[in-house]
Design a protein around this ligand. Structure first.
Ligand SMILES: Cc1cc2nc3c(=O)[nH]c(=O)nc-3n(C[C@H](O)[C@H](O)[C@H](O)COP(=O)(O)O)c2cc1C
Length: 493
């Protein structure tokens, strides 16, 4: 806080606007990572700054969305899962007793209320490809795109807590890890066919004089029949502002990255170091280019836990208080929910590279990339304080702003997703009051509402999927696809 002008945003540099490009030196996309449960994964619901009493109240989420909207945040992201963590097929005591991502409500149902009470902020909702059906998913997101006037995104996941989710839904066929991503490709293609190809742009006539609502000649029947999906018919939802919701993706196993490079417009990573995040960004973008896309077609956002206070000592004390409420048993339970592996039941000397799973591989691969010799005991220790989180930043407002800029500029990442500490909105409030004005004065964020008609325009400047996206090369009928033909940039084949 050395420069008062910076704090007031009155120095020569002006705040970023939506036309400022993202990336090194540019605008930083600002989001918040939430889950609709008591504490967002950490056993913090009883803390005075927790949200144990509020998390199931719609007003709580409306209030949060309004605060973020007023501060110029680009999006509010909801992770979600139908399942919960299990060990050996049973719900461990900690899950219910400590509220570890349980119980939980369905965030998708809150979105119209949040959108109605806000002006600009976008909303990203997680929905899994393993138990949902493509047509229902396409219709729900189409409806949300209409009701939010184009402020919706979909975090496409094959799913965490898959063991319980499968049980809850009666899924009996078990696909391999990569097989789930193959099925997810087919799932998304089916949705894309409905969103992008079932209605021509001018099919919805709504002509009172002639009494024609929609021109039947401009509607196209979608037909998909492959190893994973069977769906045929005409989409019931007319074209919406974005047609396709902004496509987020989060799994970063090798197969997950390949999926992202093919499909995603935004990739959510949990960056750990600038170097490893930079390598990750490079890898995703190189793979995207091999898929006929431009590097800038994919925005990368990293999770980040920021503990900020006016003085370093206060920030350190707050962080220490936060870490003191985290326990290793809770961490082990959450790890098991994501990976299906009970680390407490393994020899602590087991090497991470020797672990295998058909559930989420992101965490295992993350630790293996860090250090192939890492042991199960070391993972549990690290996971206690970091869990499924990205960069951990603690400091004064100036220190935090400097570190965020260093991360963004050193890695090629486009934005950050703030992770809550004690569960309630206090952490975001401190960030909004202490850090946002500094980043705005440095020209890195808007710092105030900045109107983009759609969420996609915040990311790419255009309301519709980039012309290089493979969705444009799909045809309504799967058999008409020429997916493997060379890409004609910008052309609808
Ligand atoms: C940062 C991050 C966030 C995720 N969020 C969710 C989520 O909200 N819901 C869910 O079901 N799965 C979530 N996942 C799971 C993945 O999207 C993916 O389906 C799963 O991890 C398997 O893929 P992987 O092996 O590539 O990790 C998340 C994964 C990561 C890395």
């Amino acid at each position: 806080m050395s420069n008062e002008n910076e704090q007031n945003g009155t120095n020569e540099m002006t705040a970023a606007t939506l036309t400022t490009p993202t990336g090194p030196g540019g605008r930083i996309l600002l989001g918040v990572f939430e889950m609709m449960n008591p504490n967002n994964g950490m056993p913090t619901w009883t803390h005075p700054q927790g949200r144990g009493d509020d998390w199931d109240q719609l007003d709580y989420w409306v209030g949060l969305a309004k605060e973020l909207d007023a501060a110029g945040f680009d999006f509010l992201f909801f992770a979600d899962t139908y399942g919960y963590a299990t060990l050996g097929g049973r719900m461990p005591e900690e899950v219910a007793a400590h509220g570890i991502q349980f119980p939980a409500l369905d965030p998708m149902l809150a979105i119209p209320a949040l959108a109605r009470e806000t002006e600009n902020i976008g909303f990203v909702v997680t929905s899994p490809t393993t138990v949902e059906r493509p047509y229902a998913t396409a219709r729900r997101f189409g409806t949300l795109d209409r009701f939010t006037s184009g402020r919706i995104g979909w975090n496409v996941v094959t799913g965490s807590s898959q063991a319980t989710t499968d049980e809850l839904f009666g899924v009996t066929t078990q696909l391999s890890h990569d097989g789930k991503y193959d099925a997810a490709d087919s799932f998304l293609d089916t949705c894309l066919r409905y969103w992008e190809h079932s209605w021509d742009d001018d099919a919805e006539v709504r002509d009172r004089a002639t009494g024609v609502y929609a021109d039947p000649a401009k509607l196209h029947r979608v037909e998909v029949s492959d190893d994973h999906q069977r769906s045929a018919g005409i989409f019931a939802v007319p074209p919406t502002p974005q047609r396709t919701p902004v496509l987020f993706q989060a799994g970063t196993s090798d197969r997950g990255r390949a999926y992202a490079a093919r499909n995603a417009e935004a990739v959510f990573i949990q960056g750990q170091t600038i170097d490893s995040a930079a390598a990750h960004v490079r890898d995703i973008r190189e793979q995207a280019v091999r898929n006929g896309r431009r590097p800038e077609d994919i925005a990368v956002v990293t999770g980040m836990t920021v503990t900020v206070a006016p003085t370093r000592a206060e920030a350190d004390a707050l962080r220490a208080e936060y870490e003191s409420v985290l326990g290793q048993d809770d961490a082990a339970v959450m790890f098991a929910g994501i990976t299906g592996l009970d680390l407490t039941g393994l020899d602590p000397e087991t090497r991470v590279v020797d672990l295998t799973t058909d559930l989420g591989q992101t965490l295992i691969q993350r630790y293996a990339r860090q250090n192939p010799e890492m042991k199960v005991g070391d993972i549990l220790d690290q996971f206690r304080t970091k869990a499924i989180r990205g960069f951990q930043i603690t400091g004064t407002p100036e220190e935090v702003a400097d570190e965020i800029e260093a991360i963004i500029d050193g890695s090629g990442i486009d934005g950050i997703m703030l992770e809550p500490t004690f569960g309630g909105p206090a952490a975001y409030r401190a960030f909004i009051e202490l850090v946002v004005p500094i980043l705005a004065a440095r020209g890195r964020v808007a710092g105030a509402p900045d109107a983009a008609p759609t969420l996609r325009e915040r990311f790419s400047g255009a309301p519709r999927l980039a012309p290089t996206h493979r969705a444009h090369r799909l045809a309504p009928k799967a058999s008409d696809d020429r997916i493997l033909t060379p890409i004609l940039n910008g052309a609808h084949e």
